[in-house]
Design a protein around this ligand. Structure first.
Ligand SMILES: NC(=O)c1ccc[n+]([C@@H]2O[C@H](COP(=O)([O-])OP(=O)(O)OC[C@H]3O[C@@H](n4cnc5c(N)ncnc54)[C@H](OP(=O)(O)O)[C@@H]3O)[C@@H](O)[C@H]2O)c1
Length: 274
């Protein structure tokens, strides 16, 4: 049996849609009532180990979607609890949605690398899907203002952005044939790198790219009342792109999809909740 965790998230919902006609797949989420799906749903909350004891029963292949936003210790505790429970339940193979190697400079890279290391040390088979940053995320980070300006502090940097739907397609293809992907690490970045000027052009002649500084964005973000850890997450994302660390393109996505990746700009801001 296949279990997909995080099935109510943006990526999880897309994966669940792709697996909807299978009779060997169940979905896991913290709030099962939020899911509309023909598939069976189990309550899975990495913060509540009791849900994992029953939730992982009979599961051979676990598609573990990284568990949301939080301080490093929060995310590490979640993933550690989930993998302990998977081992105890007899899960044979874990497919984990990680972060591209080019993201090592991002503030949220550490829990992903911790989880990869924990998986490599486990007795379970594993496959690591190192997802690139979503085109939908870039669309949000560099959205034009009402007066027609993109002011994101991306400098001349570019991002090898990837459509979230392509990452869902790739994950769905891997999880139904997990044995063929055991021990593999896939770098799922886009085939085209996109920067602020490219986005402005894609939006049309009335939009201009006028990059601003990280300091100004940091102050503005801090004033919005978002969680304290989110400020360095967002500023660090701009910084890594601006410094040119996120522009490497790659072919693993095409290989897993067996087709060309979707175009990544312009992409509307369809990131959903974050
Ligand atoms: N590559 C990128 O650009 C990018 C961008 C944003 C996020 N991410 C990462 O990729 C993951 C999936 O992206 P997304 O777009 O689906 O994010 P999302 O829409 O914000 O969803 C958050 C995900 O985290 C899960 N989660 C949170 N707390 C959990 C817990 N205690 N136990 C189990 N699951 C928990 C949620 O599961 P339920 O709600 O179903 O319980 C949901 O699948 C995110 O969680 C984040 O780690 C990547």
């Amino acid at each position: 049996m296949i279990l997909v965790t995080g099935a109510a998230g943006g990526l999880g919902t897309l994966i669940a849609e792709r697996l909807a006609d299978r009779d060997d797949t169940v979905l896991g989420t913290r709030e099962p009532s939020r899911l509309e799906t023909p598939l069976p749903v189990r309550r899975i909350d990495f913060d509540d180990p009791d849900t994992l004891v029953t939730g992982f029963q009979g599961v051979a292949v676990l598609l573990m979607i990284s568990a949301g936003y939080g301080e490093d210790d929060t995310v590490i505790a979640r993933h550690g609890t989930a993998l302990d429970a998977a081992e105890q339940a007899g899960v044979r193979h874990v497919v984990y949605t990680s972060l591209t190697a080019d993201g090592d400079h991002l503030p949220y890279a550490l829990p992903h690398r911790w989880t990869e290391r924990r998986l490599r040390r486990s007795a379970m088979d594993w496959t690591i899907l190192r997802n690139g940053l979503y085109a939908e995320l870039l669309a949000r980070l560099a959205a034009p203002s009402e007066d027609g300006r993109i002011t994101a502090p991306l400098g001349e940097g570019r991002l090898a952005a990837v459509a979230r739907a392509d990452l869902a397609d790739a994950a769905a293809r891997v999880v139904v044939d997990a044995g063929a992907h055991a021990g593999q690490v896939y770098e799922l970045v886009g085939e085209q790198a996109v920067g602020g000027a490219d986005l402005a052009r894609a939006h049309g002649p009335h939009i201009a790219y006028e990059p601003e500084t990280l300091a100004r964005v940091r102050s503005r973000l801090a004033a919005t009342g978002i969680e304290p850890f989110q400020v360095p997450m967002l500023v660090g994302t701009y910084s890594a792109i601006a410094a040119g660390f996120m522009s490497h393109t790659g072919g693993d996505l095409r290989q897993l999809l067996d087709r060309a990746p979707r175009p990544t700009h312009p992409v509307p801001d369809t990131l959903g909740r974050s």
